[in-house]
Design a protein around this ligand. Structure first.
Ligand SMILES: NC(=O)c1ccc[n+]([C@@H]2O[C@H](COP(=O)([O-])OP(=O)(O)OC[C@H]3O[C@@H](n4cnc5c(N)ncnc54)[C@H](OP(=O)(O)O)[C@@H]3O)[C@@H](O)[C@H]2O)c1
Length: 257
């Protein structure tokens, strides 16, 4: 898989799965555009990418829940590179709670996990059509597995899956593919950022490791490998697909995240 000359935009590249995607695309010689809010973390990831591949990533500090910032992601990328080949909509957050969490939690989660990919893909689509590029949305296996403690998150990812399929249908005739990956649990900062204590976070992942059919959770790098495959020419016939990478979570009755 060779991404030489290809421009790959990754949102949420400053941490977790997005940072792993940055490293993986760097190793396949992509020109990277790294998006996030935390500049020091973005610069750290950019430095790792330079060390891996020698390229010079474009770092864009942007909040994907702010429309003007999303517009800037596209204009800054096109100003520098003149093209977009791959968009990885990875930035995401969760709240912890069900209906009692209130509508503000739903609004915040939907703004980042669903509305931002919709807006960004729409702005990037003319450029993707020119390059016959593609979109990979980082969804979740919770898009199809209800969880009362992560209700807005599950809703946001169910919508993201449907967006993936609808956009694949709309953009296919322009030569643009659209797919999703649907990870199970991966050790990242996502629950800590939602207010889960370090001890509870550790208990959560340890419990999941024991309960999952494969007896382990996936690494961010494994999810990144799947993203890179879907974005590559090897997957040129794949569109509208939502790929679980969940160590068997969706198979089990007793595997509640
Ligand atoms: N970890 C899991 O178990 C798991 C499972 C299934 C799916 N996922 C999905 O994987 C994706 C990445 O999450 P992660 O697990 O890697 O979590 P993470 O370590 O918390 O990383 C989240 C990333 O999203 C960025 N982000 C969040 N809100 C943003 C905003 N408003 N604007 C710009 N960037 C924003 C963060 O960047 P800044 O801090 O720089 O803003 C960070 O780079 C998410 O879509 C998540 O739903 C994760």
């Amino acid at each position: 898989m060779d991404f030489s000359g290809k421009v790959v935009v990754i949102t949420g590249a400053s941490s977790g799965i997005g940072a792993a995607c940055a490293a993986a695309f760097a190793q396949h010689s992509a020109a990277l555009v790294l998006v996030g809010r935390n500049r020091p973390n973005l610069e750290r990831v950019a430095q790792q990418c330079r060390e891996l591949a020698g390229g010079e990533p474009l770092v864009i500090c942007a909040d994907v829940s702010v429309d003007a910032d999303v517009e800037r992601i596209v204009t800054d990328t096109v100003d520098k590179h003149g093209r977009i080949d791959v968009l990885v909509n990875n930035a995401g957050i969760t709240s912890v709670g069900g209906l009692g969490g209130g509508v503000a939690a739903l609004d915040a989660v939907m703004a980042t996990n669903t509305r931002a990919p919709y807006l960004l893909a729409g702005l990037a689509l003319p450029h993707l059509a020119r390059s016959r590029g593609n979109v990979v949305n980082v969804s979740s296996c919770l898009s199809t597995k209800p969880n009362t403690m992560l209700m807005p998150y599950c809703m946001s990812k169910a919508a993201l899956d449907m967006f993936t399929k609808c956009l694949a249908l709309e953009a296919g005739p322009q030569g643009v593919r659209v797919n999703a990956v649907n990870p199970g649990p991966v050790r990242t900062e996502i629950f800590r950022r939602a207010g889960v204590s370090a001890a509870d976070n550790e208990r959560l992942y340890a419990g999941l490791e024991g309960a999952l059919p494969l007896g382990r959770v996936a690494d961010a790098a494994e999810v990144a490998d799947l993203v890179v495959y879907l974005a590559s020419a090897r997957a040129r016939s794949v569109t509208g697909a939502c790929y679980p990478i969940d160590c068997g979570l969706l198979l089990g009755e007793n595997t509640t995240i």
